[in-house]
Ligand binder design. Structure first.
Ligand code: UDP
Length: 415
């Protein structure tokens, strides 16, 4: 199959951990790679967000990234990208002059707009498959006035959902949200995110740690990831007798940028207020290759977001045999099995985080048991090859849907 991936803000080539560079970048890169390795031809269209980027970059024999000139050739926060989607669509449709794809797979709602528009402009009879990665309805519910998404997302996102030929939800919770948005569940498939099982393994070196225990938080440094909740759990852990615990926080800008990062400042101030500043290390952005050694150095990985469309970090921890403390929200209710591969906690509950972390820190046996089960689960359920197979099934269903003859009602027939 010739597959066009559209990922407006999340390039598979970008460094991870910045405000707008996380799971979607990993997802698009890994899924495209797995599909290309399985014999498909994949082209990823993304916005040219740096003047130095070449128009096309070949990553593998059957995988290339096309940088489309759409808006300024510099980083623009994703919530400011809507005005450039028509230009992105034009660039994609122009590129298809050299050969049309069999399927278009859009990532995030704005890419969906560009993909549908590119199909319309080119006149191609190509189905559009949509993965939202995150939904505006959920974001608004949790972030309220702090949600900087453009107003138009309220009606354009459901319209993308209605117009796309097939939707891929990454977790079961998302299916309920999509249904509530008025999207026909018959056209929804579930294919989760995967984890790179070559990179994230149990065996391998672990970074040395400065204290007897280490708990780890990894992710973009944005308030909704709930790192402050883990900092609030530290004094409670101390009261429970665990005072030699480091909380390592990975993510945010590069180290140089950390002083200027508002969330890093907020977290630093909170740690000082609570008297735990010498237990908290803000590492900043870490290259992907260093992540397994960091994960293996931790007794537990703590993922306590307010909400989480999927969450790749828990899978990476599981693949390294490390137990996860996870807020029971969104994708984390699918990936982390409470009491088997980790411990669930209610959202926004530092006391529950402290209790769960204390259970794990107190018992190397429990850590080992949950870590082993996590490893099994990651390996059996979440390889990118398996995710690529499930994605391909959704592509086949989308192709079948547009190939099916449209039944015209017979004249005079009772409707
Ligand atoms: N990540 C990284 N370096 C960092 C911070 C994060 O490589 O400094 C990676 C992390 O390992 C994971 C991804 O970024 O693969 C974050 O994905 P997740 O789905 O957990 O969160 P999202 O960013 O999509 O909200």
């Amino acid at each position: 199959m010739r597959i066009s991936m559209v990922s407006e803000h999340a390039s598979p080539l970008a460094a991870l951990g910045g405000v707008d560079a996380g799971g979607q970048n990993v997802h698009v890169a890994a899924l495209s790679t797995a599909l290309a390795r399985q014999g498909h031809h994949v082209t990823v269209y993304t916005r040219k967000d740096d003047a130095g980027l070449p128009p096309r970059v070949r990553i593998l024999p059957r995988l290339e990234v096309v940088h489309v000139a759409a808006g300024p050739a510099r980083h623009v926060p994703k919530d400011g990208l809507l005005p450039y989607m028509d230009r992105l669509a034009v660039g994609i449709a122009e590129d298809w002059d050299g050969g049309q794809p069999d399927i278009v797979h859009a990532h995030f709602w704005m890419s969906g707009l560009a993909a549908l528009d590119a199909v319309r402009r080119s006149g191609a009879n190509v189905p559009v498959v949509q993965t939202f990665h995150a939904l505006g309805t959920v974001k608004r519910r949790h972030q309220g006035a702090d949600d900087t998404s453009p107003q138009q997302r309220r009606w354009l996102e459901p319209a993308v959902g209605r117009s796309a030929d097939r939707i891929i939800a990454t977790c079961s919770d998302e299916v309920f949200e999509l249904k509530a948005m008025g999207i026909d569940t018959a056209k929804i498939s579930i294919a989760p995110c995967g984890v790179d099982l070559e990179l994230f393994r149990e065996a391998g070196p672990a970074e040395p740690r400065p204290r007897s225990h280490r708990i780890l938080s990894v992710g973009r440094l944005v308030p909704r990831k709930g790192v402050d909740l883990v900092i609030r759990a530290l004094p409670l852990l101390r009261d429970a007798g665990f005072d030699d615990v480091e909380l390592l926080v990975v993510g945010g800008g590069g180290e140089a940028a950390m002083g200027a990062d508002p969330e890093a400042r907020r977290l630093g101030e909170l740690a000082r207020e609570l008297g735990v500043e010498n237990q908290v290390t803000l590492r900043g952005q870490v290259p992907r290759e260093e992540m397994p050694g960091i994960l293996r150095s931790a007794d537990a990985v703590v993922c306590t977001p307010w909400y989480e469309p999927f969450g790749i970090v828990p899978l990476e921890a599981m693949a390294c045999g490390v137990p996860v403390v996870a807020a029971a929200v969104g994708g984390l209710t699918d990936t982390v099995v409470d009491g088997a591969t980790g411990l669930h906690v209610p959202p926004r509950d530092p006391a529950a985080i402290a209790r769960a972390a204390a259970r794990l820190l107190a018992s190397p046996e429990l850590r080992l048991e949950l870590g082993r089960a996590g490893l099994q689960r990651a390996r059996s359920r979440y390889s990118w090859d398996r995710v690529a197979d499930e994605t391909e099934k959704a592509y086949q269903q989308a192709l079948a849907a547009i190939a099916a003859p449209q039944l015209e009602p017979m004249e005079g027939a009772a409707l």
